[in-house]
Design a protein around this ligand. Structure first.
Ligand SMILES: NC(=O)c1ccc[n+]([C@@H]2O[C@H](COP(=O)([O-])OP(=O)(O)OC[C@H]3O[C@@H](n4cnc5c(N)ncnc54)[C@H](OP(=O)(O)O)[C@@H]3O)[C@@H](O)[C@H]2O)c1
Length: 266
């Protein structure tokens, strides 16, 4: 049995993760954490997620439930995730981090924490997106140098960070494969009069609209043809299933920082 704590438990992802935990054999919902001003504090996490009573109260202080769970799944925002990471690191607890929009300094802190606890950190927990990461790497190797590369992503209108963590990861994979520095070659949106496109750049376009769950296309275009690798998520469950799978997988692992490619054996 894996006892799972969920941070951001009242959020879009948190509620879906609670539902997947309830429906997954061998997983117990052991804690739900929200922020100190949250109106759901003290409520049963199952009532908050609409999945039936779980007899677990929503709390704000992670230290009050740190002994209750084996793995914390955190889909919140950057500063909250880092606070939770420090708590899990101090207690040697495992953690699955799905939060995106972290700074380089915050990502470095996550990497360093892998010395003290077992972590899965991935901007996208869906199996399909992780397969796309591999396909993109292959395409970049074969046609990347000769093509214009654009990454187009679309998400719902409440998403806080842009471009998405998945789009950034796609850019990093392409840049690494082509021996480029993403910080130098990324171009974010375009407007007005400018120089014509430099083939060495990687373009990012961001759409925020309605209730789009998450869509990513990487386009490799040259004279005469173009290749597009597209992933469309139609339901948040795909990320939640990946996160719970990562939590169970982590139980067998030593301290260290892992990503979904490790979890999926890719
Ligand atoms: N890796 C993946 O596969 C994947 C997939 C989807 C989303 N994400 C990422 O996951 C994160 C959450 O996405 P979402 O759509 O679920 O957002 P969301 O609906 O805004 O959920 C975040 C939740 O965290 C709560 N929260 C804020 N501060 C907190 C704190 N200090 N402690 C505990 N909880 C806190 C929020 O409460 P309030 O609303 O009251 O502020 C909210 O309930 C984003 O970074 C998103 O990009 C990752």
């Amino acid at each position: 049995m894996v006892k799972v704590g969920v941070c951001g438990a009242a959020g879009r992802m948190g509620r879906t993760i609670l539902e997947v935990c309830r429906d997954t054999e061998g997983v117990i919902i052991a804690a739900g954490v929200e922020h100190t001003e949250s109106p759901v504090l003290g409520m049963d996490v199952g009532d908050v997620a609409g999945i039936g009573r779980q007899n677990v109260s929503m709390v704000a202080d992670i230290s009050s439930v740190i002994d209750d769970f084996d793995v914390l799944i955190d889909f919140t925002f950057a500063d909250a995730t880092l606070d939770n990471l420090r708590a899990c690191q101090a207690a040697g607890k495992r953690m699955v981090i799905g939060t995106t929009g972290l700074s380089d300094v915050q990502k470095d802190e996550i990497r360093a924490a892998g010395r003290d606890c077992a972590l899965v950190f991935a901007p996208n927990m869906s199996i399909g997106v992780n397969l796309c990461f591999k396909l993109i790497e292959m395409a970049a190797k074969i046609i990347g140098e000769d093509n214009d590369i654009e990454i187009i992503e679309a998400h719902h209108n409440q998403k806080k960070d842009a471009p998405s963590g998945t789009a950034v990861r796609m850019g990093e994979i392409i840049a690494d494969t082509l021996d480029r520095d993403l910080k130098e070659c990324a171009v974010y949106g375009r407007e007005g009069l400018g120089a014509v496109r430099d083939k060495k750049t990687i373009g990012f376009e961001t759409i925020r609209a309605g209730d789009i769950v998450g869509e990513h296309t990487v386009m490799f275009a040259c004279a005469g043809e173009r290749v597009e690798i597209t992933h469309r998520a139609s339901n948040r469950k795909t990320f939640a299933v990946g996160a719970v799978r990562a939590a169970r997988w982590l139980m067998e692992k030593e301290n260290g920082l892992y990503d979904m490619q490790d979890v999926l054996g890719l």
